[in-house]
Design a binder for this molecule. Structure first.
Ligand code: MN
Length: 362
């Protein structure tokens, strides 16, 4: 095992301690001070942790350095919770395709890294700043070295790292931003129950008294459409259980977030160990995987997709998508059979009998 693999393993096992000495923040501020205009980017369809991290970095650059800073996103804001977060916390964001990247002399990427499939960065442009907590992707040919590369695998949320910068820099965090960062931290660490480092706890304690509790509550329990409940009914009817593996096909869905929602819900089913949910939007098949096995969710999903599509994730959670040749029902069924077969093989469950939620063999 080489040195970096060993240190990655140590970091996974939580040996790496959260940095709290402010040296990293000082480096970041020194870099920002040499720039005029900052563009903050993240992965497509940003989740609460990435939304809050981006808003926090923009706030740091504007408040501490007086920079012209902006957050640009690609894809769409999914889940009723995330839409409510953006609305209620007044997160300023511009669609990436409406941005003239050449107007910015500083590019930052938060909660993801160049090289990830779900991260669409301006082609040919060097990235100056990366702030993330995911295992770095293997990149064949980076455009240029990243000047400030703060990737902390032991930290549960990028929101915690960004909160650390704000604390170190002495920048006051207003209530709405504190609420966003707090929610980002809660979602990525499942209320501090997983992947939680000393920095996550420190950020939590710093943000907690600043949070607008009524807004937080509104974000966590937003209204849901009747369409949501209809999809849920169909999804539950389709559940296939193979021992500890729960598979669920949502068929055609309006928006891809529903696969993750149902996967989360099914992870509370007694007896489950791994949940895989899939659904079709256009001709793209979206997959969400959750597991409580020791094996990384990313590895299991990789084996289940067997080289098809793109995917990401870490720890107990992974997601991906595969562009199918067409949206014909037979094409979808064929793909789902492949996915099911690969998943059963990956988990050593070949030959296990199948049951539905009602317990009847189907
Ligand atoms: Mn994150």
């Amino acid at each position: 095992m080489n040195g970096s693999a060993l240190s990655a393993m140590k970091q996974r096992n939580g040996v790496q301690h959260a940095r709290t000495d402010g040296r990293t923040t000082a480096e970041l501020i020194r870099l920002l001070a040499t720039k005029q205009r900052l563009l903050v980017l993240t992965h497509a369809n940003p989740d609460p942790d990435s939304l809050a991290s981006a808003a926090g970095l923009v706030h740091l650059a504007r408040t501490r350095l007086g920079m012209d800073a902006r957050f640009a996103f690609s894809g769409r804001i999914m889940r009723a919770e995330n839409c409510e977060m953006v609305r209620a916390c007044a997160i300023e964001m511009t669609p990436q395709d409406q941005i003239d990247v050449s107007q910015y002399d500083c590019l930052a990427v938060v909660d993801t890294q160049p090289g990830f499939g779900h991260t669409h960065l301006p082609p040919g442009r060097a990235i100056d700043i990366v702030v993330d907590h995911h295992v770095p992707p293997k990149i064949e040919r980076p455009v240029a070295p990243i000047v400030f590369n703060d990737v902390r695998l032991a930290v549960g949320a990028t929101s915690s790292i960004v909160t650390g910068y704000l604390m170190d820099a002495g920048v006051e965090v207003p209530g709405l931003l504190a609420t966003a960062l707090f929610y980002g931290l809660l979602t990525d660490t499942a209320d501090l129950s997983r992947d939680t480092s000393a920095l996550d706890v420190r950020a939590y304690e710093y943000l907690a008294p600043r949070v607008d509790r009524a807004i937080l509550r509104a974000i966590q329990k937003p209204e849901l459409s009747s369409d949501y409940y209809r999809t849920l009914r169909e999804a539950l009817n389709s559940v296939r259980i193979y021992g500890g593996l729960v598979l669920c096909s949502l068929g055609r869905i309006k928006a891809p977030e529903m696969v993750a929602e149902v996967a989360d819900l099914l992870m509370r089913l007694e007896g489950k160990q791994t949940v895989i949910c899939g659904g079709l939007v256009g001709a793209t098949y979206y997959v969400s995987l959750r597991t409580e096995l020791a094996r990384d969710a990313y590895d299991i999903l990789g084996a289940a997709l067997d080289g098809e599509g793109s995917f990401g994730g870490h720890g107990r959670v992974a997601g991906g998508s595969v562009k199918l040749p067409d949206d014909d029902e037979r094409t979808v069924k064929r793909f789902e059979r492949r996915l099911e077969k690969n998943a059963l093989e990956a988990l050593g469950l070949e030959g296990t009998s199948v049951a539905g939620l009602g317990g009847t063999k189907d």
